[in-house]
Design a binder for this molecule. Structure first.
Ligand SMILES: [Cu+2]
Length: 455
């Protein structure tokens, strides 16, 4: 049966989210308490057409997958009322945002799960401009797998030099040829690189065609909101420069051959759009993800904008920093019976495997940092798989690696290659219990997560 967009929209009404506008979201009327941005965000089931002619029973934020793009200005307050219309508990974690622990969205660590029919008000001042995203921190393989992932864009205090921008949200869905979901997590895959999807999409569309104005410099905000895939991004024949990594500005530099964008990571590119009619392929290695189509534009040809202003991050002082070691390990001895329920202990950090079924894990932090002190983390990947290592609550500076040349930069997620050793540094300037984990969701849910206390 052919499945039209109209039916998808009509399906929304039955879910009780009609009347909120096309995106299923509206600014709260009369509830503004100072400068800021107010959203009402409904998490609810939604049939979407990822495969032509077939419905996929997704879960959506604001009536769309990926979720509604939330926008805010640096230094202002973002208020989001999450309304849970799912049949199970959920939360929202704000990936890369430095915020108070109560707003971090980790169940039983920073808040209780938001139950079906309940709502939760998130409210925090956004300190850093850049490209971020949001997702649940609960039943992650299924909730992220079904589409609960969305962009969060924080605009600079003063307009940056870009007149045009596009968000390109990358996700590879675990669906079959009829659009039905396949398993989000398969133990034998969790024990390797994570369970991969099959259908690549940009902004929820397979083989998307994205129109850009000829002669203009467009800011492309690429976000990997997939649970497993590291995209090896390239744009053959394009004039493109990197302006920010994982939301944090860098000195502009050429986009090289392949940029490896692991789960959770972001890349802000400036693209000089070629003459009208020319098409560029946005690719993952040799595979085309989307086609960028240059459209005639009457605007005068633009030049490269200046670098983006740095965010107000504390600079770690390596001379006084204390060094801590974190070993990311394969928990081989514990993983003999993959299909007999032992799947939650495939990976470990410093000999400890996180158990997502144990609500008390965060009572036993893997490290305790003193508020205001400076630290170097030595990260050692003792495994044959790469792990995008993510820290909540604080940005960190990547210093060096034994596998590649690093121009030191701030981030919240570092893609630690197989058997790589790298050093990162940070100022422990945000009190709380912060999760430190691999962003391959299968790895996170089978042990590769820990809590770090700052007090
Ligand atoms: Cu991992």
């Amino acid at each position: 049966m052919p499945f039209t967009r109209r039916q998808v929209i009509a399906g929304l009404a039955g879910l009780g989210v009609a009347g909120l506008g096309a995106g299923g979201v509206r600014y709260w009327l009369g509830r503004s308490s100072g400068p800021g941005h107010d959203y009402q965000l409904i998490a609810a089931p939604l049939d979407v057409e990822l495969v032509a002619g077939h419905a996929t029973p997704a879960w959506a934020y604001g009536g769309q997958v990926p979720g509604l793009e939330l926008r805010c200005r640096q230094g202002e307050r973002l208020r989001v009322r999450l309304i849970n219309q799912l049949s199970e508990p959920t939360t929202i974690h704000w990936h890369g945002i430095r915020l108070p622990i109560e707003m971090d969205g980790v169940p039983y660590v920073s808040q209780l799960p938001v139950l079906p029919g309940e709502y939760f008000d998130y409210s925090f001042v956004v300190q850093d401009a850049g490209t971020f995203w949001y997702h649940p921190h609960l039943s992650s393989s299924e909730q992220l797998g079904r589409g609960l992932v969305g962009p969060l864009i924080v605009e600079e205090r003063e307009p940056a030099g870009f007149l045009h921008e596009r968000t390109l949200a990358l996700k590879t869905w675990a669906v079959d040829e009829q659009g039905a979901f396949s398993a989000f997590s398969v133990p034998r895959e969790a024990a390797r690189g994570g369970t991969p999807g099959r259908l690549s999409t940009v902004n929820g569309e397979h083989a998307a065609r994205i129109e850009l104005p000829a002669g203009q410099v467009v800011r492309l905000r690429l976000i990997n909101l997939d649970s497993t895939v590291t995209y090896r991004l390239n744009l053959p024949g394009a004039e493109a420069r990197i302006y920010a990594l994982d939301g944090q500005p860098v000195t502009p530099r050429q986009l090289g051959k392949d940029y490896w964008l692991g789960p959770g990571m972001r890349l802000d590119l400036a693209l000089k759009v070629p003459a009208a009619g020319i098409e560029l392929a946005l690719r993952n290695g040799p595979l085309r993800l989307a086609t960028l189509v240059s459209q005639a534009s009457v605007e005068p040809v633009a030049d490269w904008p200046p670098a983006l202003p740095a965010n107000p991050l504390a600079e770690p002082d390596l001379a006084v920093a204390e060094t801590l070691r974190f070993n990311f390990e394969w928990a081989a001895a514990l993983s003999e019976n993959l299909d007999q329920g032992a799947a939650y202990k495939l990976w470990q950090i410093n000999g400890q495997a996180w158990d997502i079924a144990d609500k008390t894990c965060a009572d036993r932090p893997i490290a305790r940092l003193q508020l205001g002190r400076h630290y170097i983390f030595e990260l050692r990947n003792m495994t044959q798989y790469q792990h995008p290592i993510h820290l909540h609550g604080m940005a960190f500076k990547v210093l060096d690696s034994d596998r590649k040349t690093i121009i030191p930069y701030f981030t919240d997620t570092y893609l630690l290659g197989k058997n790589e050793r790298a050093r990162i540094a940070l100022v422990a300037d945000n009190p709380g219990i912060w999760m430190f984990h691999c962003h391959v969701i299968d790895h996170m849910e089978t042990g590769l997560m820990a809590a770090i206390e700052v007090a």
